[in-house]
Design a protein around this ligand. Structure first.
Ligand SMILES: NC(=O)c1ccc[n+]([C@@H]2O[C@H](COP(=O)([O-])OP(=O)(O)OC[C@H]3O[C@@H](n4cnc5c(N)ncnc54)[C@H](O)[C@@H]3O)[C@@H](O)[C@H]2O)c1
Length: 325
């Protein structure tokens, strides 16, 4: 059993991971400022409402718990917003991470799993994308994550910090056992937007159908949030066993077009999805699919959710329970 601090653990992916860690017998404390997350996502008694920049409160928490490792999810995550408020994104995502790393150093906590993103690749030259593909973020959000990856690389060399950065592709779905799910405000992710379009009758916009893909819409790699949570637990075990600092893609390696996601949602819900096609959105790559062989081989990770329909179905269950809460 390990003692783990989960930052951003009141958010979507952090909350799923915190619960999985608890199920696997670890002791878990959550730090979140609730700027985006929800107290109801965190099991009772484990939430500490702290902003990462509040060094005194973080210090007090580290003094009370002897953490073996940190899993660091806390960040602002909206790509479009990062283009308008770049300073805020760098301050929160890079500055917040530095503040956390300084406290970890003071208390001798030497292992961290970090939420990175496929956005570090920008427009890839080819797909599936391996970890050693060129890193060319196209927005401050992706750049902020790459900057933290680089800081972690330096701290490995200068102070022996061991880290795993997981570059997530598109997280989706919900774990029915936990009764939690995706509730971003505002929501920018495709699957919850599709489900809300079904429920409200308000059509969603598909951004562009003239990409060089089989049906002209963008292709993305969807990874179920429970499989992503499991990847964090594997990464943690790897670090606890003395694993070296490394970077892994976290995706299934299978891509789906936007229209395929819409059709999967129609099958999973039995309801039509109202949508309209609009122009391309600035900055969207045509295809983003992970080469996930490194995660599978090195960490022994295997996704449980292979079918897109099952992923959407789990999100649909959550969306319905949320409305009757
Ligand atoms: N959702 C995805 O598909 C996806 C894809 C790639 C990467 N990521 C990364 O995964 C992580 C989690 O994403 P998510 O979808 O769960 O987002 P989320 O917004 O649901 O969770 C992030 C949490 O961090 C908290 N937070 C933000 N800044 C903070 C600060 N300074 N101090 C304390 N708490 C703070 C928020 O309140 C929120 O609860 C993020 O780092 C994100 O960049 C997500």
């Amino acid at each position: 059993m390990a003692s783990i601090l989960v930052t951003g653990g009141a958010g979507y992916i952090g909350a799923h991971t915190a619960r999985l860690l608890l199920e696997e017998g670890h002791d878990v404390q959550v730090v979140d400022d609730l700027s985006k997350g929800y107290a109801h996502n965190v099991p009772k008694g484990r939430l500490h409402i702290i902003n990462l920049h509040d060094a005194a409160s973080l210090d007090a928490l580290f003094a009370r718990h002897r953490f073996d490792a940190v899993i660091h999810f806390a960040a602002l995550i909206a790509v479009g917003e990062s283009m308008r408020e770049a300073e805020r994104y760098f301050r929160n995502n890079v500055g917040g991470s530095l503040a956390l790393l300084e406290v970890m150093r003071r208390y001798g906590v030497r292992r961290i799993v970090f939420s990175s993103t496929a956005a570090v690749y920008g427009d890839p030259d080819s797909t599936p994308i391996p970890e050693d593909a060129p890193l060319r973020p196209k927005n401050p959000y992706g750049e902020s994550k790459l900057m933290v990856e680089k800081i972690l690389g330096w701290l490995d060399r200068t102070s022996g910090l061991r880290s795993v950065s997981l570059r997530y592709f598109n997280a989706c779905g919900a774990e029915p056992r936990y009764g939690i799910g995706e509730e971003h405000q505002p929501e920018t992710h495709l699957i919850p937007l599709i489900l809300r379009a079904i429920l409200t009758g308000e059509p969603i916009t598909v951004f562009g159908d003239d990409y060089p893909t089989p049906d002209g819409t963008c292709i993305r790699d969807y990874i179920h949030v429970s499989d992503l949570a499991a990847a964090h637990v594997r990464a943690l075990e790897y670090l606890m066993a003395g694993g070296a600092t490394d970077v892994f893609n976290a995706g299934t390696g299978r891509g789906y077009t936007v229209l395929e996601v819409i059709r999967a949602a129609e099958r999973a819900t039995g309801r039509p999805v109202p949508f309209r096609v609009g122009p391309r959105r600035e900055g969207d790559a045509a295809v983003l699919v992970a080469d996930s062989s490194k995660l599978r081989k090195t960490l022994g990770w295997q996704p449980q959710y292979e079918s897109l329909e099952a992923m959407v179905e789990s999100a649909w269950q959550f969306e319905n329970s949320r409305r009757t809460r």
